[in-house]
Design a binder for this molecule. Structure first.
Ligand code: FE
Ligand code: FE
Length: 376
């Protein structure tokens, strides 16, 4: 005898990467259909072609797991990854039905997909196995309604149709933004954003290669810090109108000197030379940002400041006052850099380490700028 009937939503996709619109869609389905859980079924790697960006299924699954972690009624599901060969929806549904006997299944699809449903593999059988939940975007309602009527009449399908205001994000757009050095922190969950930069996903080949070099030559802790600086510098570069690719490159290589030199100041000088001579980076603005990332200087460019600040406030940094600096970084770059620099200089003095002339001059210059802006 069945005690309760679980209501299980299925949201399938390559999730390359999973983004906030997926989460919104799942939330909408949970509420609209009174579901107990939504399973994010991650599609396997197609046997004869690769998913866009060549993103391994393991990465796509890892991101799905991270994204749903904060949500009690969502789960990432690897059932299609554990089965060799192409996974048809009907096979997945059949497998899930045997895993959850007695459960009612709801296939969550975009409104535009409903019309295409009859073309799915073994459509008639599939349509009989679940309720189809379509979410139509504004402007798509009429076409979706037509598709629903056809499915009901020709296939005796159970179709529930809703209109949504889900963010129009697409994974394609997110991959393109990452490739161009543009932030995606508003489009994906924070944990997914971190994962993308830790793993160096969706990068152009030249940058991906430098990522591998950094991963090889830096300690895991230093590499993780570097990934955090890249992620932060990209956000700051977009906020303050700096060349995104230059900011990404400078952030990625800012601590490359740490691969051979541990001195708190010296690693910047050694790093700049290594990056120039060994890695062949020619971009003068990038090299300068690396050279001055520990001290700054009076005429620092916006790029220099972005890298300096990203180094201080990347998500892995934990010290009293870092949260205030992060908040300030959203308000005014000069103000945040000024406070960051003052803090560093104070700590050097406390330790009896002489403060570099460049830093003193930079602090004076920033003080004057902030004063002029009425921020101090
Ligand atoms: Fe450094
Ligand atoms: Fe650093």
């Amino acid at each position: 005898m069945e005690v309760s009937t679980q209501r299980i939503g299925i949201l399938g996709g390559t999730f390359n990467p999973i983004h906030k619109a997926h989460i919104q869609l799942a939330n909408a389905a949970l509420a609209a259909c009174d579901l107990d859980v939504v399973l994010f079924v991650v599609a396997g790697d197609p046997p004869h072609k690769q998913v866009a960006g060549n993103t391994a299924a393991a990465h796509r699954l890892a991101m799905a797991r991270l994204a749903v972690e904060p949500y009690a009624h969502m789960e990432a599901c690897d059932i299609e990854l554990r089965r060799p060969g192409k996974s048809y929806s009907i096979d997945t549904l059949a497998a899930l039905k045997s895993m959850y006997p007695g459960a009612a299944f709801f296939m969550i699809v975009g409104g535009d997909m409903l019309a295409n449903l009859p073309n799915w593999y073994q459509a008639q059988a599939l349509i009989g196995m679940a309720t189809f939940v379509g979410f139509a975007r504004a402007g798509e309602e009429e076409a979706a309604e037509l598709a629903r009527k056809h499915l009901e009449k020709a296939y005796h399908a159970n179709v529930l149709l809703f209109t949504t205001h889900i963010a129009p994000y697409a994974s394609t757009q997110i991959r393109a933004r990452v490739a161009h050095g543009l932030p995606v922190c508003d489009m994906v969950e924070g944990s997914v954003d971190a994962y993308i930069y830790e793993e160096g996903l969706y990068l152009p080949q030249d940058v991906a290669l430098l990522y591998q070099i950094c991963k090889r030559d830096l300690s895991p802790r230093r590499f993780s810090h570097t990934a955090g600086v890249v992620r932060t510098a990209i956000r700051l570069a977009a906020r303050y109108g700096v060349d995104a690719k230059a900011a990404r490159l400078a952030a990625l290589l800012h601590d490359y000197g740490r691969s051979v030199e541990w001195d708190a100041l010296g690693h910047a000088v050694v790093g700049e030379k290594l990056v120039r001579e060994t890695l062949g980076i020619q971009d003068a603005q990038v090299l300068r940002a690396i050279l001055y990332h520990t001290t700054l200087y009076a005429g620092a460019t916006v790029l220099d400041k972005v890298v300096y600040l990203a180094d201080m406030i990347e998500p892995g940094r934990k010290y009293p006052g870092v949260e205030e600096l992060r908040e300030m970084s959203e308000v005014d770059l000069d103000l945040a850099v000024y406070h960051g620099l003052k803090r560093t200089m104070f700590h050097l003095e406390q330790k009896g380490i002489p403060v570099q002339k460049n830093s003193i001059e930079a602090a004076q210059a920033l003080f004057a700028v902030c004063k002029e802006k009425g921020l101090l």
